[in-house]
Design a protein around this ligand. Sequence first.
Ligand code: ATP
Length: 460
Amino acid sequence: MAISPEQKMDLLVSLCKRRGFVYPDSEIYGGFANAFDYGPYGVELKNNIRDEWWNRFVKLRDDVVGLDAPIIQNPKMWDASGHTQNFSDPLVDCKKCKSRFRADHLLEAKQAEPGYDKEKPVEMKDIRCPKCNGELTDVRQFNMMFKTAVGVTDDASSVAYLRPETAGGMFVAWKNIRDSVRKRLPFGVAQVGKAFRNEITPGNFIFRTREFEQMEIEVFCQPHLAPEVFEQWLAEMKSWVFDVLKLSPKNVVFHEISAEERAFYSQRTVDIEYAYPFGVKELYGIANRTDYDLSRHAEFSKEDLRWLDPETNEKVLPYVVEPTWGLTRSVLAVLCEHLDIDEADTADGADKEPRMVLRLPPRLAPVKAAVFPLQKKDEMASLAKELVAALRAKGIVTEYDESASIGKRYRRQDEIGTPWCFTVDFDSVNDKTVTVRDRDAMTQERLAIADVPAWVAERL
Ligand code: ATP
């Protein structure tokens, strides 16, 4: 069945709603633009990605420690980081249809058009509204930080911001971490949490939202080691996308950002992009931020943020390599990558309809095993319930389903990405075995019920 990228995205969005991965938020009040709920399976998928990340990069390493800083912090830090001054996107409006665009996105789209002449770069004044061809306003800078007021008075002294990224928390906690954990450089500080940006053009489902989650590490290192640390973390990110998320190499682009395009303080930046159905767009990034952040915070806080090198007895201001992962964008990439669509006969056999299988890596799947008694009553149901209890006792997330035909039950589990389904049938009652059906190979195998929990655990 030939499916266009638009159709794939529509099918994904409807599957996410129907099966409880992602819903439009506040829907009973007409929704709230670009806000989403992660439903019962969505929150499990998101948490599984987050937990894999935290285990891999924090718990199982000697050279990374964790942090959980508040979302609203001392607003002075955003002056130091440059966010209050510069964290803005260029905005243009269409004078005719009033649509709003990011000027940099319009320029990129123009440059991607066939026949674009690099020698004669496009200028904003040459661009018209992509919706109605109307004239656009001049570019204005729009600060994307959400402002709020802390305390009972609502004046300038109470202004604070919702953090636009988690990274800031690591820089302002650096001094305490340096003094309390006594790690040798290079070492990293990791944080997972919500970030907020008043995006001009949110959209593409959960790709760009105003509230999202990030997983970030600031790796503090001796300045001369930063290029090497960068390579090591770039390799870690590659391994993450291919070995953990199992994204296909043909869908991932490692985009070396040129000196003209990257932030002025960055000595090297690589964007890790993914081929979403709506185009190749940023998934993650990694940057060598030099000592920009620590030098600014040292200047604004008047604290000495240098590190005493025990070998040379010299104080150095560390450089920082920052690998950053969008958690909610990871969920989208994983869903896009592993949603497999083919066709099946409709119930009456008269037509064809899309059949969807989420071929999620088993460790990320929200449900690992499903158990179906062939019949609801008597021993089959009680055997099935015992198996569910035995799987759960091993910490394996398992569903019990006794409703509808076995075919329908398989379809439901295929759509939520459950790797293994176990059916308890007439024979099971006598010989205490079950049939396991593999989601991807579609093979069926007979196993002793007593062996099932270990069989699943081994495959996770
Ligand atoms: P973009 O160019 O897409 O706006 P960015 O370069 O501004 O992204 P960073 O500031 O580098 O993004 O943020 C780090 C990561 O956080 C991104 O790689 C992405 O995964 C995620 N991210 C950033 N903005 C959003 C958003 N509005 N919604 C969801 N995820 C986001």
